[in-house]
Design a protein around this ligand. Sequence first.
Ligand SMILES: Nc1nc2c(ncn2[C@@H]2O[C@H](COP(=O)(O)OP(=O)(O)OP(=O)(O)O)[C@@H](O)[C@H]2O)c(=O)[nH]1
Ligand SMILES: [Mg+2]
Length: 351
Amino acid sequence: MKVSVIGFPQSGKSTLYRAAARGTAKGSVAAVPVPDERFDAIVAQVKPKKVTPATVVLDDDMEPIQTSGRLFTPRFLEDARKADLFLHVVRAFDNPAAPFHQEVDPLRDLETVEVEMVLADLQLVENRIERLQKSMNVKTPGHPDNVEKRLFDRIKPALEDGTPLRDVELEEEDLKIVRNYQLLSAKQTVIVFNVDEDAASDPGHLLQQKIQELAAKGTQAFAACATIDEEIAQLDASDQPEFLASLGLAEPASNRLVRAVYDALGLITFFTAGENETRAWALKRGSNALKAAATIHNDIAKGFIRAEVVSFADYRALGSLDAAYKANKMRLEGKEYVVQDGDLLHIRNKS
Ligand SMILES: Nc1nc2c(ncn2[C@@H]2O[C@H](COP(=O)(O)OP(=O)(O)OP(=O)(O)O)[C@@H](O)[C@H]2O)c(=O)[nH]1
Ligand SMILES: [Mg+2]
């Protein structure tokens, strides 16, 4: 699962990327640990030899969006089409030391990029419709060409209205086609308004309103100050709480951000609490225990007998896995059990 960091030049993409990566960034692509206090609690109690958090891959190797002419270069388009999600950094800070191509206006910039994505999709859809019209099978009900043509005829007006495809209701079948064509406006996006230092805890009315508007449509947006976050990331862990408190912040914005990205990717977490290794695993929401087993190792899935499951709530209430087992809070579940966010799993298997 790859998250592409996009935005105009000098909007703070790399600063935010470095802050979120917290030292794990070696180049411009990093597997960033997902902050999870449940996992921290398990690790503190189990004290395993090895600790492996869940991660998301952030890619700061995208070409910037161009400031004139065609906004998306061919390389940008190629990379953007492969992304699972966009982390869109929108400049909202003034900084004379970092000149911007025009007056700072985050709402304008957000709109400009959204429109460009919709137009790129519209062009692709129009080309495809034109080709499908020549297909011999386009009138055969149920034929893939027919299904595709009907879908594209339906989404074309939405795109013409400027509606991103992520805001259009589509059936799973249709989503598959849309994903297959790697349509940009269908991809989930997390938006970060990169604000001035003094606006970190209060981004102002206009941005606040936009953030709520986006949330109502299911898109997560935040205000964050990338330079503050980078500063926090460079402090010793013990010095961070005081610094955060002095700024009126509960946690670094990049923590929220990474969690938002993880959630928008449709991922939940299950834990394996071993003494050798305690690990948080990312899993597609709605997956069953067999899929979870396969995430750990294919052999474990092949030899699957039962999943021992303790919910995180029971684990926390009782203080340890042992205590949860003794209190009969361990459930034995089969392959089809739908794993819940926070479950602690042990897969009994034949291997
Ligand atoms: N005052 C202020 N400056 C910032 C903030 N975020 C980034 N900057 C500054 O803006 C400049 C550009 O930041 P980068 O993170 O390199 O921006 P970028 O989007 O990666 O830029 P390109 O890779 O060139 O497109 C740097 O001088 C940063 O220190 C912020 O929140 N506040
Ligand atoms: Mg950069």
